[in-house]
Design a protein around this ligand. Sequence first.
Ligand code: SF4
Length: 435
Amino acid sequence: MDTRKVYIETYGCQMNLADTELIVGLLKPHGYEPTQVAAQADVILLNTCAIREHAEERVLRRLGELVRHKTRRPGVLLGLTGCMAQHHRESLLDKAPFLDLVLGPDAYRHLPALLVQEDKDEPLVSVRLDRDETYADITPARGEGVRAWVTVMRGCDKFCTFCIVPYVRGRERSVSLAALLAQVRELAAQGYKEVVYLGQTVNAYRDGDHDFADLLWRTAEVEGIERIRFTSPHPADMSERIIAAMATCPKVASYLHLPLQAASNRVLEQMERGYTVEQYATLVERLRAAVPGIALSTDIIVGFPGEEESDFRATYDFMAEIRYDSAFMFKYSAREGTKAYKWGETLSEEEKGRRLQEIIALQERISAEINRQTIGQTVEVLIEGPAKRQEGWLAGKSGQFKTVVFPSTGAQPGEVMPVRVVSATAHTLVGEARL
Ligand code: SF4
C-alpha cells in the first residue's frame, strides 16, 4: 500500500483535538501517515470549531491560504471537518467552492471511503448526525507524552440557549464502561500516566446502571495510571456519588473545571443552564468539604442578551467570593441557530469589553494570590518534559493541575516527584525538586 500523507490543523476545544487523533487513527490503517508540513500532504484537513465567530473567520482565511497547495499539486484534497462543517454545511461551499470534503463530527468513519472515491469533481459532503456513533471501536493515534485524552461521551442534551454544540454534535451518547476500561488498560501498558476523560457534559456519562462515578472508581483500579482528570462536567449532573468518587480515589486530581457562565439567576434562567446561583454555591461548598484543597476553574460569559450592570456585578462579586484558581472568560457572541440568537445583542462591544476586562483583572489578582499561598509547600509533580521558556528546566502539573517548573534533576517525563514551591505567578508555580 502506498503511503499517503495527511495534514490536519485543529481549532477549538480539547474534544476537537481528541477527534483529530481519532481521524488519524481512522486513516492510518488505510495507508495514511500524519505530517506536520502542509506542502507534503496529499490530504489537508481543517478540524474546526463553531463556538465563536472569530474562529470561523480564521478558518475561512486559512482555507484561502491552503488552497495554493491544490493549485500547485493537482490531486491534493482539501477538506473541512468538525463543528463548523456541520454548522455551515450549506453556505460553506459558496464561501469556499474549492473544498473537496465537508464532514460533520459524526461522519469521520466515512472519510477513508470518501478519499478513494473515483469522482472528485463534486465536493463530498457528509454531515448526517448519528445518535449511535461513539467511535468506540476506533483507536485514536495519540501523540507521545504522559497524558492521554479519552472521549467517554459525545454530544449534549442540555441546549443552553447560547450554545451551538447540541446542534452540531448531536445528542448525548456514551462509550461502554468495558470499552473504556480496556482502552485505559492499553494506555497504561503503553506508558501513559494520566487519563483525561472528555465529554461535552462528561459527568452525564452513563452505561446502563453505571454512571460516571463508577467509571472513576474502576479507572482508579488500573495499575500504571497515576492521575485521572475530566472535563467538562455540568454542575447539574455533579452527583453525590461523583463527589464521593473524587474524595475517595487518590488518583482523581484535586481539581475541577466547573462552568458557571453567570452568577445572576435571571441570566442563568435565560441561558437555561439548569441551576441557580445558590445551588451552584452549595455544590462548591460540598466539593470543598469532600475534597479539601480542591482547585476550581470555571467558564464565564459576559454580555449575554439582557445582562444588566447589576447582573454583571453579581457575577463579579460571586467570582470574588468563590475565588476560583483560574477562569476562562469570554464576551458573548451570538451564534446563528441558537435560541439566544434571535434576542440579538443588547450591549455594545465596548461595554462587553469593559466587563470582560474587569473580571480578567479580578481573576488575575485572585489566581496570583492563591498561587502565592503555595510558596513553601511541597507539591507532587507529574513531569511532562522540558520547560518551554527555560532551558535546563522541567515542567509538569501538580495534583491541582497547576503548571510547575523547576531546574532539571535529570528526571524523566512520567515520573512523579516532590517539588517545593519557591515563587509563583498567576499561571505558574516555580519550584525546586526535593531529592
Ligand atoms: S451544557 Fe450547555 S454549554 Fe455545555 S455543551 Fe451543552 S449546551 Fe453547550
